[in-house]
Design a protein around this ligand. Structure first.
Ligand code: NDP
Length: 406
């Protein structure tokens, strides 16, 4: 008997709720609350139709701790799954502490007024969760999330020491729109327009943002989908992996972008549409990136005609038993159209929502337990990865003989 409360009713939430409904043996009761109650009701209705499972719903302002405590107390869940926005992470964690309930999310906290991503704000809750005897699991989507667990698996089973990790995230899909983002546009654009960083020889090394003419990119030969231009990008999971992977000398994150995406984003940036500070418009203040979000397709609605696949994984170089260095690649391939058939979502929402459900399952069944704040690579990867494969995201381990820049 376990009850889960999911906060947020966007593209990722739709997948989490449906995947929880597929496992009534674990999720005996499901509640869903978000800023717009009608979106919760629409998901609940679809879930009732597809699985015959009832989802209770309510409205919540997760920026407000008291309102979040109210909704948590109303539903009395064993776990809160936060798939609202990164802006709400700290208020929801505060509410979980006050209402005494465990917590899981898929993206690290970022303040609304600065596009800055780091775990320090959430790691600062370590003592509070530990003292309360509660567990907070951070970053349990695909990346962060599954990529961290691929690293934990490599560390546990494949290598004694891992010298380098390259995380490679490819979306080789086509949604048919001139320009759209695959998850919340505001969060996505803030992420991809920042200065790039990777970690090497004990320090963070900066390089130009992806829109800069001198950005770093190369063609990586992905399994199934072939060669794609992949850009060096800063991504949050590197911060925790640097702490938790033994012997790590270098970690980089690469993401594919089409020239069309880059061109659109460059124009939007050049005309100021990606600004996150308020500007005066006809007597009122508007934040350009929020206005842009209102114009762009809702990522949750992209699934209908989406074709193609995502390929996300990690290449490792390391050693075992004092032998020569060798390389391994662990990855997942996910098909947009298959995801739509199963849960009416595209593969980015699917690859985020399924790991969130599996992480919730690990916590609610006591497979992952502990008091404090955890990044997922600190937890046992084996039961998680086994359930992940059984839940629609199979993964492959192979020798790697391809090219990566030095
Ligand atoms: P959406 O924008 O589609 O959904 C976000 C939801 O949160 C919306 O329903 C929104 O409400 C709700 N929300 C926003 N503010 C509040 C608030 N103050 N109180 C209550 N609810 C609120 O985003 P996605 O589903 O695409 O993404 C969800 C999360 O998943 C994000 O944090 C994103 O960063 C993360 N993510 C993680 C990935 C990973 O691999 N780790 C990959 C992709 C996404 P409303 O409907 O009213 O707008």
């Amino acid at each position: 008997m376990a009850k889960v409360l999911i906060i947020g009713a966007g593209g990722v939430s739709n997948v989490v709720v449906r995947k929880c409904a597929q496992h009534p043996e674990v999720f005996t009761q499901i509640a869903l609350a978000s800023r717009t109650k009608s979106k919760c009701d629409a998901i609940a209705e679809a879930v009732k139709k597809a699985y015959g499972v009832t989802v209770e719903t309510d409205r919540v302002d997760a920026d407000d701790v008291a309102d979040t405590v109210r909704v948590i107390k109303k539903f009395a869940p064993d776990l809160v799954v936060n798939v609202a926005l990164p802006y709400q992470d700290l208020t929801i964690m505060d509410a979980c502490l006050e209402a005494h309930v465990n917590y899981l999310d898929t993206a690290n906290y970022e303040p609304k007024d600065v596009a800055h991503f780091e775990y320090s704000w959430q790691w600062a809750y370590q003592e509070k969760f530990e003292k309360a005897g509660l567990m907070a699991v951070l970053g349990c989507g695909f990346d962060p999330g599954v990529t961290n667990l691929f690293c934990a698996y490599a560390q546990k089973h494949l290598f004694d020491t891992i010298r380098t990790v390259d995380i490679l995230d490819c979306n080789a899909g086509s949604h048919g729109h001139a320009f759209a983002t695959n998850f919340n546009p505001e969060i996505n654009i803030r992420e991809v327009t920042q200065v790039v960083r990777h970690w090497e020889d004990g320090q963070w090394v900066e390089s130009p943002a992806i829109l800069d003419d001198s950005s770093i990119h190369f063609d990586f030969d992905y399994p199934v989908v072939g060669r794609k231009d992949s850009y060096l990008l800063y991504h949050e999971e590197m911060e925790s992996l640097v702490k938790h992977i033994r012997g790590l000398e270098k970690i980089r994150f690469w993401m594919t972008f089409s020239q069309n995406y880059i061109n659109h984003l460059r124009v939007l940036q050049n005309v100021g549409m990606t600004r996150i500070d308020p500007v005066e418009f006809q007597g009122q203040k508007i934040v350009p990136i929020q206005f842009l979000k209102a114009l762009l397709p809702d990522p949750g609605s992209l699934g209908h005609n989406y074709s193609g696949k995502t390929v996300i994984g990690c290449v490792f170089e390391g050693r075992k038993n004092g032998g020569e260095p060798f390389r391994k690649y662990i990855y997942n391939v996910c098909d947009h159209a298959e995801c739509y058939k199963e849960v009416e979502a595209q593969a980015i929402s699917y690859t985020t929502g399924v790991p969130a459900m599996v992480g919730a399952m690990m916590m609610l069944t006591g497979v992952w337990k502990g008091a404090g704040v955890f990044n997922v690579e600190q937890l046992d990867p084996d039961p998680f990865l086994e359930k992940l494969a059984a839940s629609g995201l199979p993964w492959t381990v192979t020798d790697f003989e391809g090219y990566l820049p030095e």
